[in-house]
Design a protein around this ligand. Structure first.
Ligand SMILES: *Cc1c(COP(=O)(O)O)cnc(C)c1O
Length: 354
């Protein structure tokens, strides 16, 4: 069993602090729910009382909108070939906000809503292209867009900035002037990845704008100490040097133990290449250390005796086999060990909210 333990009071306290420090914050609830699940995050957003949440896609809207009573913004831009929005527009029409980033999509959305929707004007945010170059209108595109807004209710603008230390002040100031120049009257900006310092400065310098940060990672995963991941030890086998194990008939390089632990490719546990970050110098250092890593064993994210152990072979679908050399205190079958995971790519067997 791969289990995520959440220290509920600590986690909720952190969420409360982040929301209190960021007026207008829009929690981002998408993907695997940052490892915590979409429905759990939607419930947490409900408790936090935020007015709006953002999902990544239309397919996520129903799950989120069932557990969250407020407005739901979809971060992926509306596209005419993705018909899934129609299903969401009908039951959640008044609560749903679309993102639009191409001129031709404005009239296409308005037309499609007239024929396929419930007759309400679709609510849209207009995304501006940033240095990230993912989606959005250029300055010229936004000027054109200003003439194509019939049948749409503009809720504001969206800026998706690259993740960077040091801030984006100059870029955002330029984009705000693009907004003003477009003549579109809204002054609400949904901003992704603005630092707190930039937000503070922009709020002072541009008091006529309403800045609403959209935050996922720093909200849900911002206090890592509140989250612990543990894997059950499913089996332990003593091995002598030369004993064969695993799918590939590898042989134990030394005396020790083969541990079978929960957590495999289904959970998102993967191999890190042994060469990750291996410059010539790092590789040389490893060879000097003469460890098993030099012999092609890859460090796993599973810790035993306070140290990350080696994969005995690549992870299986639901378990991984570790090779633990003699001298290390091995856990009992049924005990749990710590695992380092990337939350956004991990599926847990269960989440225990304590
Ligand atoms: C995923 C996403 C976010 C949230 O990003 P975090 O780094 O998790 O805070 C914000 N805005 C957009 C457009 C996104 O796609």
């Amino acid at each position: 069993m791969l289990t995520l333990y959440v220290e509920g009071s600590r986690w909720r306290a952190h969420l409360g602090e982040v929301v209190a420090a960021n007026p207008g914050l829009v929690p981002v609830v998408k993907g695997n729910g940052y490892g915590l699940g979409l429905d759990r995050l939607a419930e947490a957003a409900t408790e936090l009382g935020t007015e709006t949440v953002a999902t990544g896609t239309y397919a996520e809207v129903a799950t989120v909108a069932e557990a969250f009573p407020g407005a739901v913004q979809v971060l992926s831009p509306w596209r005419p070939w993705d018909a899934s929005w129609v299903a969401e527009q009908v039951p959640y029409g008044e609560r749903l906000t679309h993102t639009v980033g191409r001129v031709e999509d404005l009239s296409a959305l308005a037309d499609a809503a007239r024929t396929g929707g419930r007759g309400t004007e679709p609510r849209v945010v207009l995304e501006l292209l940033t240095s990230m170059r993912r989606h959005g209108f250029t300055a010229g595109g936004l000027r054109d867009a200003a003439t194509q807004l019939d049948g749409l209710a503009v809720q504001g603008f969206a800026l998706h900035l690259p993740i960077r230390q040091g801030g984006h002040l100059e870029e955002v100031e330029q984009l705000l002037s693009v907004v003003v120049a477009s003549g579109i009257p809204s002054r609400r900006i949904y901003a992704s990845h603005l630092t707190r310092a930039d937000l503070t400065r922009l709020r002072t310098a541009y008091a006529d704008f309403e800045l609403r940060p959209r935050v996922g990672t720093a909200l849900w995963l911002g206090d890592r100490e509140a989250l612990q991941v543990r894997a059950t030890v499913e089996d332990v086998h003593e091995v002598e040097r030369g004993d064969a194990y695993g799918y590939r008939g590898r042989t134990a390089p030394r005396r020790g133990h083969v541990l079978v632990v929960s957590g495999g490719t289904t959970h998102g546990v993967g191999l890190e290449a042994p060469s990750s970050g291996a410059t010539g110098r790092a590789r040389a250092a490893r060879l000097v250390r003469g460890g098993l890593e030099a012999a092609g064993y890859v460090r796993s994210p599973f810790a035993v005796d306070g140290k990350r152990q080696l994969f005995a072979e690549p992870p299986h679908m639901q378990v991984s086999m570790l090779f633990v050399p003699s001298g290390v205190t091995v856990p009992q079958v049924g005990e749990e060990i710590d695992v380092q995971v990337r939350f956004t790519t991990t599926s847990f067997d269960r989440t225990v909210l304590g």
